[in-house]
Design a protein. Sequence first.
Length: 448
Amino acid sequence: MDDDMEDYGFEYSDEEQEEEDVDIENQYYNSKGMLEGDDPREALDGFRQVLQMEQEKGEWGFKALKQIVKLLYKMGDRQKMMDAYRQMLDYTDSAVTRNASEKKINSLLDFVSASSDLDLLQEFYETTLRALEKARNDRLWFKTQLKLVNLWFKAKEYNRMQKILKDLHRSCQREDGSEDLKKGTQLLEVYAVEIQMYTEQRNNKKLKQLYHKALGVKSAIPHPRILGIIRECGGKMNMHDQLWSDAATDFFEAFKNYDEAGNMRRVQCLKYMVLANMLMESKVDPFDAQEAKPYKQDPEVMAMTNLVAAYQANDIREFEKILQHNKLQHQLRGSQCTCRRTIMDDPFIRQYVEDLLRKIRTQVLLKLIQPYTRVQLPFISAALHIPEADVEQLLVSLILDNRIAGHVDQVNQLLEVGDKAQGMNKYVAMEKWANQVKSIHQTVCNRA
């Protein structure tokens, strides 16, 4: 009989515990329902009541604290939000499973990352990292460190980035210091941040080394956005070195990866690809590619589409008109902030506008002089809409590059086509003389 009573008492105790859990669960979901109400403080009080009802740290308290953190973030109460977050992190030691804690912290990291408050983000990430040191959760530690290093990248705090990057690299290595092939995906994520940093710093030497290392990582299945970042930075690097063809390939790969990821950088990379295509003097329409066709009529791409059409038709007037129109729109942006972005809005494209003009002027010039053996410089000047001095400079560079066989008669303001040897010898001698003068000047300056 005593045994029966003991069994009965034990079962009764379990039922009480279950009823208590049900009450806590109901309170949590009732509070969650209040989130849709007008006053967030009601939901906040409801979640705090969940904490009071739970005698020991458990699942519902952990979930309630996550909601409290989010509510306080939305209400702008940073101090109380961080206090609640620290309280929530205390639950990760023993109150909830590793998977549950990782999922909730991950969710909050992504949620808070939308903030523009750098101080808050720094405190949030560093608080998370301190908690993860105890938990030894390598995966979550890596993700948080990546968010922190990206934060410093946006703030242009490159020195702070360096230490974190070293720690991240170390986490992708074996004990002997070699790269862990099993961590290829994480390594590419680190490379992507580092490559962006060197691109901003214009450190092309480091950028090249890292870019080729990144392309050499084969044991990875990265997010397409990561590959897009690496390829875009590689394209900018090749543009700097005037490797137009390589740059066009990189930008096209970046465009495809961003497109797959649904990232808006795809439009920028498509414009960069069009730019590189024109600079490499390609006769192929970049919008013939299957992936690029749907974007041909995109409002942001239309100006570049029109530029390509004018470029391929050697219509220098239309080409300059498009650029000038975009330049004026760019200057008026201060009072018309709602209008769509123009060609000149992008500082990267602006760097290469002069190169573009030179390319189309070269194409028009070569076509213009084709039927003649002697051409007057004023005639060329009128056709290209540039001063005669600029025409002469362009002609000299084309003669030196073996694209025109002839020489410039400066006295009579004539281009004489056909006498290749005379033209080449004259300008090679002038170039040699200029280099010697430059060398003497440098020697004198060094001795001074």
